[in-house]
Design a protein around this ligand. Structure first.
Ligand code: ATP
Ligand code: MG
Length: 605
């Protein structure tokens, strides 16, 4: 047995290893090299599956069928009708660094998903791998490898194309096997991998079965609408209905796909599908750019749903930077980032005050099985002052004079309609030309305040309103130094603060357009923002987050009674304000019930 610790008696201390470098360097055996590579390439069934499906796509398959058992751990196979391999090619294919995909040996012009010649030998070193294949003109052949050893090599009768089977992944590598998760989450990862590859290749038909059950099916689609059709098949028609198309070209770069409306957001970031030259990636730069684009449209714990396809010249991107080929490096990262942020923003801006359709549909369901209602119990309460004309005593400072309007006599030209009532001190009921809408006053107002702050910021400084008495806000040391460090940026937003000992700041003025705010609560939330967005790349994005927090503090709260005039002013402002369909946290600010919906509810249709 080799010793690694010097003997106390010194008999073999001269050859020992721990402190000296006398151990001879030796080449590792192939099987070990492959296992080490597998450590990077094959982390779980889903990563093996990804490699096999990529190979099938690279082989020009028109149809790919995936079979799994026990989450892919016990069994996974990928059958394709692609170019196939003959016996000699197959033997080469399972050798390390053997690939057909770099004909010119040029790593800067990679047009295929694979290029390293590493996947098959890596998988074969940690499982039982069987290849069965036939080229259109040749005979069928099969080759089996068990943890690196050839166990079968002979003819087989089969159709053109290739089937690769992987059994007992990590069965003999307990150190890796114990890191596998539950069958369910391994399966989920497998489905995710296939879904992503299928999204990028609408011309290829896909089918995935687990223990005989079909979990994913996508027919091949061609033509101009192939991509939207494929996205709808894999992500649901809902997504298409609640997303805006992206189509942007800059220099030799192009960005396409769909960006979900903020109201269609999710609680996890799993629904972001990003592709570079049709290669699914989970690149940090791209994820950050998407986050940046949605920053002031979504709360921090909400994530947009996007399917974005970035196409760039092959030499603009290095795909050889990550063992699983899921990250890339761009020649000009700032250009890519800018393109994504501005492309998404512009498209979302154009979506205007659109809110997600699914919200209204969901709410309607609640109405649907109409029991016999006690009409009185459901009648909206009309706040007394809402019946009188003019502005109530509660007229908030936040309505710009220009936005004050009397209730319009005719509704034409007012898509958000005419305010009729306020319900629960929270919702505005408005009658529109074709039905009615309900507006969440706090959510809506928060968005309006934020958009005003953004406009004011674009036009220079935001006016500050000095506090009668400067206010001391106690925070922890970290937060205090963060806040002071960004004092100049806050000042530009109308918030004047300065250091006040190690654990407090002194607030002298708050942004005028927020009206009366609780400076303590505002400053503490801003400190949280700074901590959370410390990693945000640009000052502009950080300021967006800060502005969103401020807007939330400056907004009319739920529960506050509004006059008809105030309600109408809010509606008019929503009509002309970008993004007014969702609050800064991505919730809808209003929902609509069309007259036809009402008629259906009452059985008139
Ligand atoms: N389904 C298939 N149909 C036809 N040929 C295949 C198939 N799978 C693999 N091959 C051949 O085997 C070779 C080795 O595959 P492997 O996945 O190990 O490496 P690669 O795809 O070239 O590169 P990478 O390691 O980046 O995936 C490929 O280059 C290809 O020629
Ligand atoms: Mg490959």
């Amino acid at each position: 047995m080799a010793r690694t610790i010097p003997s106390r008696h010194g008999d073999d201390a001269g050859r020992s290893t721990r402190y000296g470098n006398v151990v001879p360097i030796r080449r590792l055996p192939d099987q070990l090299v492959n296992q080490i590579a597998a450590g990077e390439v094959v982390e779980r069934p889903a990563s093996a599956l990804k490699e096999l499906v990529e190979n099938a796509i690279d082989a020009g398959a028109r149809r790919i069928v995936v079979e799994l058992a026990a989450g892919g751990v016990d069994y996974l196979s990928v059958a394709d009708d692609g170019s196939g391999m003959d016996a000699a090619q197959m033997r080469l294919a399972v050798e390390r660094h053997a690939t057909s995909k770099l004909p010119d040996g040029d790593l800067s012009a990679i047009a295929t998903l694979g290029f390293r010649g590493e996947a098959l030998p890596s998988i074969a070193s940690v499982a039982r791998l069987t290849l069965a294949s036939r080229t259109p003109a040749g005979d069928g052949w099969t080759l089996s490898i068990d943890h690196g050893r050839v166990t079968g090599d002979g003819p087989v009768a089969r159709g053109a194309g290739t089937t690769v089977t992987v059994e007992g992944l990590f069965a003999q590598v307990p150190a890796r096997r114990k890191f596998l998760k539950s069958e369910r989450s391994e399966l989920a990862a497998c489905v995710d991998v296939v879904r992503r590859l299928a999204m990028a290749t609408p011309g290829v038909a896909f089918e995935l079965r687990h223990d005989g059950r079909r979990l994913l099916v996508a027919d091949a689609v061609a033509g101009e609408l192939a991509l939207p059709a494929r996205l709808a098949a894999l992500l649901g028609a809902d997504f298409g209905d609640n997303a805006v198309p992206i189509d942007l070209n800059r220099d030799e770069l192009s960005l396409g796909g769909l960006a979900g409306l903020p109201t269609f957001s999710r609680g996890v970031a799993d629904h972001q599908f990003l592709f570079v030259n049709r290669r699914p990636v989970r690149d940090r730069l791209l994820v950050g750019a998407v986050r940046g684009a949605y920053q002031d449209l979504l709360a921090r714990d909400r994530h947009p749903v996007v399917a974005l396809f970035l196409d760039v010249p092959a030499d603009f991107v290095d795909v050889n930077v990550h063992p699983a080929k899921t990250e890339v490096r761009f020649r000009d990262a700032a250009l890519v980032r800018g393109m994504i942020v501005s492309g998404l923003r512009r498209a979302l801006d154009a979506a205007g005050h659109r809110a997600s359709t699914t919200v209204a549909v969901g709410a309607l369901v609640a109405f649907a099985p109409g029991p016999v209602l006690d009409a009185a119990a459901y009648a909206p309460s009309f706040p007394p002052q809402s019946l009188g004309p003019g502005v109530s005593d509660h007229a908030p400072a936040w309505f710009a004079p220009a936005a004050r309007t009397e209730a319009p006599a005719a509704m034409n030209g007012f898509p958000m309609g005419v305010a009729r009532a306020q319900v629960a001190g929270t919702y505005i009921v408005a009658e529109t030309p074709d039905g009615m809408i309900l507006v969440d006053q706090h959510a809506a107002h928060e968005r309006l305040t934020l958009e005003r702050m953004k406009a004011a910021r674009a036009g220079g400084r935001i006016a500050a309103q000095a506090l009668l008495l400067p206010q001391v806000v106690e925070v922890d040391e970290n937060a205090a130094s963060h806040l002071v460090e960004h004092a100049a940026a806050f000042a530009a937003l109308g918030l004047d603060l300065e250091g006040f000992g190690p654990k407090a700041v002194l607030v002298r003025a708050t942004p005028a357009l927020l009206g009366q705010v609780d400076a303590t609560a505002l400053v503490r939330d801003l400190a949280d923002d700074l901590a959370a967005f410390d990693a945000a790349p640009g000052l502009a994005e950080r300021l967006d987050a800060v502005a969103a927090t401020m807007a939330c503090h400056g907004s009319v709260r739920a529960g506050r009674t509004l006059s008809v005039t105030e309600m109408n002013a809010l509606l008019r402002e929503m009509e002309v304000t970008p993004h007014s369909g969702q609050c800064n946290h991505g919730r809808p600010t209003w929902v609509r019930l069309a007259r036809t919906d009402l008629e259906k509810l009452f059985g008139r249709r």
